[in-house]
Design a protein. Structure first.
Ligand SMILES: [Zn+2]
Length: 197
């Protein structure tokens, strides 16, 4: 049996009742904590500074001395149980999503196995303003629903859409009833309808 060497994470203000963070280093250089329990998502929990928090956030904060409230701390190594501050980056949600797509956890467009269309075809579809979804569906061998989803930006979101230049409509004069008296007539009929109720 291989006994893994345990390390203690240095904490500047460790109180004597607090359990020190102990970990071993795995083959990827990840700090796998053995002293603290994990939560339902696989992150280690730790109680410090009067609150329960995720261990990787805490070790990141201790190491970098950064203010991380309201920020996401993302694992580059993809191991929620890792508390190596060098494997964590602070970022917002967008950054987290970027990491995801970089690692192809989220398949997009052509990379997505179910996609029949190429990027070029999608651009063509987006540029074609005159054909109906049904017509385009026949042309490209997909469903009309698929075309509508492309047009509405539900799928292939990453393709930049050209802003359609809408010609400014000539300003209409404030609407007047076309035939004077028509207005009155309508009112009259409305009244009549009500009366017959
Ligand atoms: Zn790691």
């Amino acid at each position: 049996m291989i006994v893994k060497e345990l390390h203690t994470f240095p904490e500047p203000n460790l109180t004597k009742h607090a359990t020190p963070i102990e970990y071993y280093i795995d083959e990827d250089g990840c700090f796998i904590c053995v002293s603290h329990c994990e939560d339902k998502d696989g992150y280690r929990k730790i109680y410090r500074d009067g609150k329960s928090q995720r261990l990787h956030r805490y070790t990141y904060k201790v190491r970098t001395d950064e203010e991380i409230d309201g920020k996401l701390i993302c694992h580059c190594c993809d191991k929620p149980g890792c508390c190596n501050p060098d494997h964590c980056v602070a970022g917002d949600h967008v950054l987290n999503m970027q990491h995801r797509s970089e690692r192809n956890r989220t398949a997009t467009g052509e990379k997505n196995g179910s996609s029949k269309l190429t990027t070029e075809q999608v651009v063509e579809i987006l540029e074609d303003q005159s054909s109906s979804p049904k017509r385009l569906a026949l042309k490209y061998g997909v469903t009309a629903k698929h075309i509508r989803e492309i047009k509405n930006g539900v799928i292939w979101k990453h393709i930049k859409r050209k802003k359609t230049v809408t010609k400014s409509k000539p300003k209409m004069a404030p609407s007047k009833p076309l035939i004077p008296g028509n207005h009155k007539l309508k009112k009259h009929w409305n009244k009549k309808e009500k009366a017959s109720d």
